[in-house]
Write a protein that binds this ligand. Structure first.
Ligand SMILES: Cc1cc2nc3c(=O)[nH]c(=O)nc-3n(C[C@H](O)[C@H](O)[C@H](O)COP(=O)(O)OP(=O)(O)OC[C@H]3O[C@@H](n4cnc5c(N)ncnc54)[C@H](O)[C@@H]3O)c2cc1C
Length: 478
């Protein structure tokens, strides 16, 4: 454990002046407060400020700046690189700021920076409305939106950031500004993909779309021996599928789920999951081709509340486990790529791991390549390798396996990576996520809003030329 030389008097004063709570190492909640979703991250901040309002955020930020301490901003705490915590710095934990208000007439929702997907969906679905959230309901709306936002509604309504209408932002200088098409379109552009680089978003305003409340949704599973055929099938029928469906292929070990026969439990499977964001009868017809293919070992498609589908995969993704992730946009699923995925689909090193291939296109591709700071709009697929395991002693084996799959999948790379699936992989990979033009435009915004790089615990856009190969936490890039 590293310890900070702490300005104890200053921290006492901060604790006295805020409505929320300051959690220091001697607090009984400290271990809980310092931890994030990824159990591989073990950091010891000087203090975690559980903010109760914007003034708390401002004071916490000012304290960190005055004492020259690093600042970690935490929404849902899901970032796999662990940017929601830090060593010897101040964590601004915004989780308590989770209010969502909905204006059904205007079809607009306003969400606090600590909102998670489940809370957003609950509030908006009360009016039969939704915006693309992540594929699990526990991810923070803040980090999800600021990095782009992939989810089950993406081909119908775009990435989460595509529905972002406006945001209130606390700048590095403690000023509250508004970003919108009217107020500051360039800042709004940067918030749609640029991560937490430009300031602390204190409120998000989203356009909403009609969804559900009941939808046809679920997954069909086959033996992992059928992976090549399933991928070929998806590749071939993909272009004929309407935007209402976003199929995601999941290669994993079968859980003891009731829709799977017992002999399949613990065996590798390949599944295609999705949710039809349109009339149920239409969905039945469209999905017949996807679900009826080959010899499935189980089918869990059903009409359910959209909010239930959003929670369907949560149980497999509890916090606290070890994680190593690698990701890349894919340009195609050619026979070489299919051979690689089929081989790895039967060779997981941990029953907790999976890798997913999500279908892009639809509304995502209709947004121009430079219209947001989240590029790679033409990539037809996104690969996300989510290796998870329990015992930290076994890390080397799982990390090596992940890297091998990632390397072998490179032949299908579309030449970029989705920034929210990046680990702490160094400056070159951040550039890979944005591409040179978007990176340069974000760098100009960074110079305007955060010239001292106060907000650097993120996939960092340095205001000036970066040192290639370094990572935000100074660890060896993965
Ligand atoms: C189980 C799991 C499932 C996931 N599923 C998906 C998915 O379906 N689709 C997808 O696109 N991604 C997904 N992700 C990735 C996820 O989008 C990113 O990890 C994202 O960064 C998480 O946001 P957060 O608020 O939960 O995380 P945090 O760790 O709290 O924050 C992430 C980053 O955003 C910054 N940040 C947070 N709040 C603010 C704010 N208010 N203002 C400015 N900066 C802020 C932080 O500083 C940090 O750099 C998933 C991650 C996990 C662990």
């Amino acid at each position: 454990m590293s310890t900070a030389a702490t300005d104890t008097v200053g921290i006492d004063r901060l604790a006295d002046h805020i409505r929320g709570e300051v959690v220091r190492p001697d607090h009984p909640d400290y271990d809980d407060a310092r931890s994030v979703w990824n159990g591989s991250i073990d950091r010891y901040p000087t203090a975690v400020v559980r903010c109760a309002d914007i003034e708390d955020i401002r004071q916490g930020l000012a304290f960190a700046r005055t004492n020259d301490l690093p600042v970690a901003v935490r929404g849902g705490g899901h970032n796999v690189a662990g940017f929601g915590t830090c060593d010897d710095g101040i964590v601004l934990d915004l989780r308590r700021l989770n209010q969502v208000t909905v204006d059904p007439a205007r079809r607009v929702a306003t969400a606090g920076p600590g909102t998670i997907g489940a809370e957003f969906d609950e509030a908006t679905q009360a009016h039969g409305l939704a915006t693309t959230m992540g594929v699990m309901s526990t991810t923070g709306v803040a980090g999800l939106t600021l990095g782009g936002g992939i989810g089950w509604l993406q081909r119908a309504y775009g990435l989460t950031c595509d529905s972002l209408l406006a945001a209130e932002v606390l700048t590095a200088d403690g000023e509250l500004v508004r970003a919108s098409e009217q107020d500051d379109p360039e800042l709004l552009w940067g918030l749609k993909g640029g991560g937490g680089n430009l300031g602390i978003v204190t409120s998000f305003e989203f356009a909403l779309h009609e969804v559900g409340p009941d939808v046809l949704c679920g997954l069909t599973a086959w033996s992992a021996d059928d992976t090549a055929d399933v991928l070929r099938h998806l590749r071939d029928i993909g272009p004929t599928l309407p935007d209402e469906i976003t199929p995601i292929v999941i290669c994993r070990t079968a859980p003891p789920a009731p829709f799977l026969p017992e002999e399949v439990h613990g065996q590798p499977i390949v599944a295609v999951a999705g949710c039809y964001a349109g009339p149920i009868a239409e969905g039945e017809e469209v999905l017949a081709g996807l679900r009826g293919f080959g010899n499935p070992v189980g089918d869990a498609f059903a009409v359910r509340p959209y909010t239930a589908f959003q929670r369907m995969f949560d149980a497999s993704w509890d916090p606290g486990f070890q994680n190593h992730w690698k990701a890349e946009y894919l340009a195609h699923l050619d026979e070489d790529a299919i051979e690689v995925f089929a081989r790895y689909a039967v060779g997981h090193t941990s029953p907790l791991s999976d890798f997913k291939i999500g279908m892009m296109g639809g509304a995502i591709a209709r947004v121009g390549e430079t219209a947001t700071a989240c590029p790679h709009r033409d990539a037809p697929f996104v690969l996300n390798i989510n290796t998870r395991w329990e015992d930290p002693e076994e890390s080397a084996r799982h990390v090596a396996h992940t890297r091998r799959l990632f390397e072998e999948a490179q032949e299908a790379s579309a030449g970029g990576v989705y920034v929210n699936f990046l680990g702490d992989e160094g400056a070159d990979r951040v550039r890979h996520a944005y591409g040179e033009d978007t990176f340069a435009r974000l760098q100009a915004l960074k110079r305007r809003w955060d010239p001292d790089n106060v907000f650097r615990l993120n996939q960092n856009i340095p205001p000036v030329a970066d040192r290639a190969g370094t990572s935000a936490h100074g660890v060896t890039p993965g």
